[in-house]
Design a binder for this molecule. Structure first.
Ligand code: G4P
Length: 539
């Protein structure tokens, strides 16, 4: 494999996540993107998947019942000679930790906004994560076929609330019943809207001369209003600035209607033309360039029961450098173990297919039974540890007790596995036996209780615990740490990798302890099993 081939493959890759507030149209848009790129042929299959997910995975019943998207998945498609990897993210805020980890694996994000609702709470949260990583963001304003907010107001809202400049690439002509299409500001032409979800992909009517009297009569006031708005934004909006976009400071904006498959092509084109290919990634030891010869990758997600018949767990690995080849020797740096990878899969339009080769930006799935953990770095032998995949200190705690003491082995196994997936954090107290579960969102507990029962046959009693604050603790002097642990024994628990954690019932208790123990460091984030603490993000 020559360097040029790897470089060529890298420049063809686009890896992005779709983020939105629930119901903005993420699922619909995903489906249309896949359809447009030819990855699926039947409209509705992502939707079908959404509503019949329980067939794929039992615990996703919850998702179905609550009408929320809990899990995230990966899809790959080819468009205009580019390989596009699309990562779906859970829309519900209680799963934001999972979303955060998914966002560490992408090079760009597509933000879907419901034009009637504007910027919503979850969009803001997700955006904050993207901004922290300077992820470039494309914006799709959806549902223009409805009576929605005035587009100028929407643009203003994006700029004000999300703190970045917005540069429209298309502009809507009318809305609701009078939605006639979009004006393509780059190519100075109008793309005429036609409702209907299963239109062929290239049959949009294009109009170049908007001053043609027939056209003016045809679209009436919607057209003249849009023209005035376009004049306004041409004067007021900044030109597209690639550097600002790549730094996450400016977002190109597109209008459309996902359900009508309208405006979708512009998004795909923007991904190819504007979104960046994979970049270098930071490991503790050094920076790794994507076009390096040797393979490296990082596990950013673990998902169980994608196929209940196999009861397997898939580790989602983002390839960071080199070429992945089926059968090659891969080392898990944390454990030093080699893994056999003959069953590695790729995610072509949601089907799992055996993968022969993969390149930086691609997401590969490695079925395993606990060999791989979140945050693991995989290499061809070099000792590397990619950074930037944190665990957040839980904000809600519950205790877990067995209804049937004879099932304690199953409970332990279940909690270990769920902990390794990042579905929940499990803490073992320094004193006593009652396990503690920690989460960022309360729905995580529901998922865990449901999965314990259905996958491990364990009826567990989950009850609120008295804690509200947790901090991982470290010290330069191990003896000082030991002294802290012994003195505060009733407030110490160990997480899944044995990292000591201080628990407090409220914030003031933590502040007092911090004051009393100046040599102890209290951390809100923990990175991977290597116990690397990202102090610059701590607070
Ligand atoms: P999500 O994944 O972001 O949660 O949103 P999803 O795609 O499931 O879409 C949420 C709702 O918005 C769906 O309606 C969907 O049909 C609708 N929708 C998506 N895009 C558009 C659009 O461009 N225009 C209009 N008018 N509606 C759109 P639902 O009633 O919740 O589901 P369904 O009964 O239609 O399946």
């Amino acid at each position: 494999m020559s360097d040029t081939t790897i470089q060529q493959e890298v420049s063809k890759r686009r890896t992005f996540a779709i983020i939105s507030h629930p119901d903005a149209g993420k699922t619909t848009l995903t489906e249309k993107l896949l359809m447009y790129a030819g990855a699926i042929h039947i409209a509705g299959s992502v939707k079908a998947r959404k509503s019949t997910r329980h067939a794929t995975s039992d615990w996703m019943e919850i998702e179905k019942q609550r009408g929320i998207s809990v899990a995230s998945s990966v899809m790959q498609m080819v468009y205009r000679d580019c390989v596009i990897n699309l990562l779906d993210t859970p829309g519900h805020q209680d799963f934001s930790e999972d979303t955060y980890r998914v966002l560490t694996a992408v090079d760009a994000a597509l933000m879907v906004i419901d034009a009637a609702n504007g910027v919503e709470a979850q969009t803001l949260r997700l955006l904050a994560v993207c901004r922290a990583r300077n992820t470039p963001i494309l914006t799709f304003i959806n549902k223009m076929d409805r009576e929605v907010r005035d587009p100028l107001t929407l643009l203003d809202e994006i700029e004000q609330t999300l703190g970045m400049t917005a540069t429209p690439f298309t502009w809507p002509i009318g809305m609701g019943n009078r939605f006639h299409g979009v004006f393509d500001l780059q190519n100075d032409c109008m793309r005429v809207f036609q409702p209907g979800e299963d239109r062929a992909k290239d049959d949009d009517e294009i109009i170049s001369d908007l001053n043609d009297p027939d056209i003016v009569t045809r679209f009436g006031a919607s057209l003249t209003d849009a023209q005035q708005e376009i004049e306004l934004i041409k004067g007021a909006s900044p030109e597209f600035d690639e550097t600002a976009f790549l730094a996450g400071q400016q977002t190109p904006v597109f209008f459309g209607s996902a359900i009508n498959n309208f405006g979708v092509r512009e998004i795909l084109d923007a991904l190819v033309d504007l979104a960046p290919p994979p970049k270098s990634r930071q490991a503790l030891q050094r920076e790794i360039k994507p076009n390096e010869k040797k393979f490296s990758g990082v596990v950013f997600k673990i998902q169980a029961n994608m196929n209940p018949a196999h009861r397997d767990r898939i580790a989602f690995v983002r390839i960071c450098s080199g070429q992945f080849k089926r059968g090659m020797n891969i080392k898990v740096v944390r454990s030093g173990k080699d893994i056999r990878n003959n069953s590695v899969v790729s995610f072509l339009s949601q089907r799992r297919e055996l993968l022969e080769v993969g390149y930086p930006g691609d997401i590969i799935g490695i079925p395993n039974h606990g060999t791989l953990q979140l945050g693991d770095t995989l290499t061809e032998g070099e000792t590397l540890q990619f950074t930037g995949l944190p665990f957040f200190a839980p904000e809600i705690f519950q205790t877990v007790e067995l209804a049937d003491p004879l099932r304690s082995k199953q409970l332990k196994l279940g909690l270990t596995q769920l902990g390794e997936e990042g579905a929940i954090q499990v803490f073992r107290p320094h004193i006593g036996n009652t396990l503690l579960l920690g989460a960022v969102g309360v729905l995580q507990f529901e998922v865990v209780a449901h999965r314990l029962e259905h996958e491990y046959g364990v009826a567990a009693r989950i009850a609120p615990a008295k804690y509200q604050v947790a901090r991982w603790v470290t010290a330069d002097n191990p003896r000082e740490l030991q002294r802290f642990i012994e003195t505060n024994a009733h407030r110490i628990a160990y997480d899944a990798v044995g990292a000591p954690t201080f628990l407090a019932s409220y914030g003031a208790e933590l502040s007092v302890t911090e004051e009393n123990w100046p040599l102890i460091k209290f951390h809100k984030l923990r990175e991977h099993a290597g116990l690397v603490f990202q102090t610059h993000m701590d607070g």
